[in-house]
Design a protein around this ligand. Structure first.
Ligand code: FMN
Length: 190
């Protein structure tokens, strides 16, 4: 098998989650920004990150309040996810245009999106300029989910129907099935 060398870029790591981050300044309406550069940083304390370019309208809102929420969309919400990533809250009310309902956060002053099945409330604990993006590290202060996607106290893969992003071609996709769980390899003969 011949291997070819690709240009060096972090954007060949795949797949990644794509989320709708809600934010709000100290005055003015809330906004939504689509973010693919996001991930888990630490399990205890629960820390996540989002990477935001300073020229985004949302950047100022997140800086100002020091809070944001990660709303996890379903595959069926791909259109809204794309829309929130190509228009600016400076010009458009994205809640209204997407038919999304804001619901108040329990621990933060930023609303979440009622139609997204899972919402993580975050308080910014660090921000780091790392190049064209600023990395916001958020401590997760509450996570709430639609009861329809919860099974035995945790999220059900089939019910959340995740939307994923494939950075090499900037494409959206779905996930097919689960093929095992943590530690399953040890129970099988090699
Ligand atoms: C799939 C997708 C992923 C994106 N990921 C990011 C990201 O991780 N960081 C970022 O700063 N912008 C990202 N963007 C671009 C912003 O979402 C976009 O510029 C948006 O219009 C900014 O909205 P705002 O001006 O209301 O803040 C992404 C856009 C799309 C479509």
């Amino acid at each position: 098998m011949k291997r070819v060398r690709l240009r060096t870029t972090s954007e060949l790591l795949y797949p990644v989650p794509v989320v709708l981050v809600t934010c709000q300044g100290l005055s003015g309406p809330p906004n939504i920004i689509t973010i693919a550069w996001t991930g888990i940083i630490c399990s205890d304390p629960g820390l996540v990150h989002i990477s935001v370019r300073p020229q985004r309208y949302s950047y100022r809102l997140i800086k100002e309040r020091g809070e944001f929420a990660i709303n996890i969309p379903t595959a069926a919400q791909a259109q809204q996810v794309d829309y929130c990533g190509v228009v600016s809250g400076k010009e458009v009310d994205k809640f209204k245009e997407c038919g999304f309902t804001p619901i108040p956060g329990e621990t933060i002053g930023v609303p979440l999106i009622a139609q997204c099945p899972v919402g993580m409330e975050c308080r910014v604990v660090h921000s780091l300029e790392v190049g064209v993006h600023t990395l916001f590290i958020g401590e997760v202060t509450a996570v709430r989910a639609d009861e329809n996607v919860v099974e035995r106290d945790t999220l059900s893969f089939n019910k959340v129907d995740p939307l994923v992003f494939f950075p090499p071609t900037s494409s959206y996709g779905t996930m097919k099935e689960l093929i095992g769980s943590y530690g399953f390899s040890k129970k099988r003969p090699h």
